[in-house]
Design a protein around this ligand. Structure first.
Ligand SMILES: *Cc1c(COP(=O)(O)O)cnc(C)c1O
Length: 477
């Protein structure tokens, strides 16, 4: 299996999985995709179902990943997935349990990992893959990122304590939920640095960009990232679409997915292209409805930070979906120069592109199964209340966006709603909906009171570089 850029012409030379694992964008500015998706026949699908039933989630993950990373010895993948997906980390041997709250409605629990958000499922595996690859190359890595909450936390919990990786995360001082702050700042590990920047999330992102633009600094300190365009994260997420499908026991199903950067639902798209019997991929946005607009009109018009509203499903407050280019590459049958024109030229110039009048646009539903909708604060509060009253299940605001959009559409059943976070992370909205604060799962006992480990820095790239240099010059242990 070779990987090529979304912007490369057809037939361009690809690179193996291990070469793209640690890299971000392709040199031409595109994103890596496998040359073609591995195909799973109905007989192989039965075999994979047996693997899940007999040997569990990590064995299924190893089998599926072997299709994407065929340059890895099979034994290595077995070990890496077994280390990533343990009952201790994910609260149960199922890793991704699936409930059936009502007729034709399933809930896949993607958020039972260490930081109570679905991002753990990809990050925990990424931690193992990165460490393994760094060992093979006998080198080391500094992961530098900016986070408004879920991603940075999942990354730190996946990377802490690793010998060859140092992790520094910038956060906007005082602007995350109390639970999110506690989750990050409670980490007491010499290889992890929490940096609270006197500024907003965009300032943090700009600082990361500034550090990365200093090529000499970047090279000297082996600066890398674990952002959502990393292909291995997408591949890791494909696994839970298969597991959730098997656990419904249905012949076919649809998935409803709360969407921001188009990472989670892209994995659903890949699973469908591999042959998983998926009817519809139901994409739910919140008030930041850039993707719903594209799927309704063909116009993709990302917005700036100033036009991005702060909502009660904050992890979806994204107006430029970083993984979307991968889907467009598929929609345009991997016509790389056309993708490059849209994302590399048209977008910055006009600020949008319009595929509304193309034949490909007509295939969004028929060939790819996408249905979309947007949800408002009132919708999400009403949906949280309805699920609590009807099913006795508390869902978080992001999951509620998906449940709302799925129930508003007449779609093929059964539908699997993807739960992307536990309600405890977003207690205020839950309280508004049902009148009580969600219970803190036992494993987070004492978290809110734990001692905090963080560094305060001004919004200044030179100060950040000085601090990083001094921190990285001393061995972590
Ligand atoms: C990250 C996140 C999302 C959005 O996922 P994408 O892969 O960016 O589409 C939705 N819900 C929660 C809770 C998240 O943390």
């Amino acid at each position: 299996m070779r990987y090529v850029s979304t912007r490369a012409p057809r037939g361009a030379d690809g690179r193996p999985f291990k070469d793209i694992l640690l890299s971000g964008l392709a040199p031409d500015g595109g994103l890596y995709l496998p040359e073609r998706y591995p195909q799973i026949s109905p007989a192989e699908l039965d075999g994979l179902r047996g693997t899940l039933e007999r040997d569990g989630y990590s064995a299924l993950a190893a089998k599926l990943l072997a299709r994407f990373a065929d340059d890895y010895p099979a034994g290595a993948l077995d070990q890496l997935t077994a280390a990533a997906y343990t009952a201790a980390k994910f609260g149960s041997p199922e890793i991704v349990p699936v409930d059936q709250p009502g007729p034709g409605v399933f809930l896949a629990h993607l958020s039972n990992g260490p930081t109570a958000a679905f991002k753990d499922l990809a990050m925990q595996l990424l931690g193992e893959l990165f460490e393994h690859q760094l060992e093979q190359q006998d080198t080391w890595l500094t992961v530098l990122g900016a986070t408004s909450g879920d991603t940075g936390s999942a990354a730190e919990h996946a990377l802490e304590g690793r010998q060859r990786i140092r992790t520094a995360m910038l956060t906007p001082a005082g602007r995350m939920t109390p639970f999110q702050q506690a989750q990050m700042y409670s980490i007491d590990d010499p290889s992890v640095a929490n940096i609270a920047v006197d500024g907003v999330f965009d300032d943090c992102q700009d600082l990361v960009k500034a550090v990365n633009l200093d090529a000499a600094f970047k090279e000297r300190w082996h600066i890398g990232a674990v952002n959502s365009i990393n292909w291995a994260r997408v591949a890791a997420q494909v696994v839970y679409y298969f597991a959730a499908y098997f656990r419904t026991g249905a012949e076919r199903c649809s998935f409803a997915v709360p969407t921001g950067n188009f990472g989670n639902i892209l994995a659903g798209h890949v699973a469908k292209q591999m042959g998983l019997p998926v009817d519809n991929l139901i994409l739910a946005t919140n008030e930041n409805n850039v993707l719903h607009e594209f799927f309704s009109t063909g116009v993709y018009r990302p917005r700036g930070a100033s036009q991005t509203v702060a909502t009660s499903s904050p992890s979806m407050d994204i107006s430029k979906a970083s993984n979307f280019e991968r889907f467009i590459a598929d929609l345009l049958d991997r016509d790389g120069p056309r993708v490059a024109a849209l994302f590399g030229q048209t977008l910055p110039q006009q600020g949008y592109f319009d595929l509304g009048n193309t034949p490909e646009f007509g295939q969004l539903r028929s060939r790819y199964g996408f249905l979309t909708g947007a949800s408002s604060h009132a919708d999400r509060v009403a949906t949280i209340r309805r699920w609590w009253q009807q099913f006795g299940i508390l869902i978080d605001p992001h999951t509620a966006d998906a449940a709302h959009v799925a129930s508003a559409l007449t779609t093929a059943r059964p539908v699997v709603v993807m739960e992307t976070a536990l309600p405890v992370k977003f207690a205020q909205t839950i309280e508004e909906a049902v009148g009580f604060t969600p219970p803190l799962p036992d494993r987070f006992d004492g978290l809110l009171e734990a001692p905090r480990h963080l560094v305060d820095l001004p919004n200044d790239a030179a100060a950040l570089k000085r601090w990083l240099e001094s921190w990285l010059s001393h061995p972590a242990r």
